[in-house]
Design a binder for this molecule. Structure first.
Ligand SMILES: Cc1cc2nc3c(=O)[nH]c(=O)nc-3n(C[C@H](O)[C@H](O)[C@H](O)COP(=O)(O)O)c2cc1C
Length: 270
């Protein structure tokens, strides 16, 4: 696969990032992705026990990842958490090299992180946010379209409209996120002006939604996945991508219809 400017900035072989996913992006996942030549990203709450300490959990995840790989990996810090500042302290003291900030104002921590030589990528969903992030000196922006699972910003622009607008407005590399499923999506994003892609739930098709719902349920202290958990994760995750299912069972179905089908597969607790 062709290298882009992003590969040199991040020290990776392929211009592909695994997205931060609050409870799911563990050190093991990130290390496996990094070992394969892309960039793995750890989420601070991943693998944490209920009522655990996020800062301690992040420290633990960092030592696991460092044990598993010498390749570069990043840490995702959502800026809207009450303990975001504490997590920033951890990445500074543990000398993390790459930080992906999201869901907040990049002006808060960019200078501090840069002073310590940390590469910063910031998630944006509009041209205005991209310009603000660039003015803070971030090394790249992650343009996340409405197709993305998880929080996708308030602007709700489809990815393939967002990429060229952002690429024409900033000089830092643009990484495209949201609804990219396979190599065709990667090629399309790059031809629209992206220098790389970030992948989250999309490449894993609908079955993985059950795994995600299960992770949320366990995190909430439930032994079984409840319809609420499926609603919470599945509706936003699939609302905008109807063709992901490998058997095309859900192609063209509404999000609600897909959720209904998934709910039928949940075992009833006895
Ligand atoms: C379950 C889940 C949790 C997520 N949590 C975060 C998060 O904590 N921080 C973040 O920056 N992005 C988060 N994302 C977004 C991903 O990093 C990624 O950009 C997005 O999933 C890409 O779109 P895709 O799911 O269509 O591949 C999350 C995505 C999912 C599916």
């Amino acid at each position: 696969m062709r290298r882009t400017r992003l590969c040199d900035i991040l020290g990776i072989d392929y211009p592909i990032l695994q997205g931060g996913m609050l409870w799911l992006a563990t050190a093991e996942l990130a290390a496996a992705v990094s070992k394969a030549g892309a960039l793995g990203i750890i989420s601070p709450l991943a693998g944490m026990e209920r009522h655990g300490d996020p800062a301690e959990n992040l420290e633990r995840q960092l030592s696991i990842a460092r044990h598993l790989t010498e390749k570069p990996f990043g840490v995702n810090i959502p800026l809207d958490l009450e303990y975001s500042g504490t997590l920033i302290d951890v990445v500074l003291t543990k000398r993390v090299n790459i930080v992906v900030t999201a869901a907040g104002d990049p002006r808060h921590y960019s200078t501090l992180l840069h002073q310590e030589g940390i590469r910063i990528l910031h998630v944006i969903s509009s041209v205005r946010q991209a310009e603000i992030a660039e003015s803070c000196g971030v090394d790249a922006v992650i343009a996340q379209g409405i197709e993305a699972a998880g929080h996708h910003g308030f602007d709700e622009l489809p990815l393939f409209s967002l990429i060229p607008q952002v690429a024409d407005s900033v000089t830092v590399p643009v990484i495209a996120a949201g609804g990219i499923v396979d190599s065709r999506g990667v090629v399309a994003a790059i031809s629209l002006g992206a220098q790389g892609v970030q992948l989250g739930a999309s490449p894993r098709a609908s079955l993985s939604l059950m795994k995600i719902a299960k992770a949320i349920a366990l995190f909430d202290g439930h032994e079984f996945v409840t319809p609420d958990h499926v609603q919470e994760i599945a509706v936003p995750a699939i609302a905008h991508r109807m063709v992901l299912d490998p058997q095309a069972r859900f192609s063209g179905a509404t999000a609600e219809g897909i959720v209904e089908e998934i709910l039928k597969t949940i075992p009833v607790p006895t």
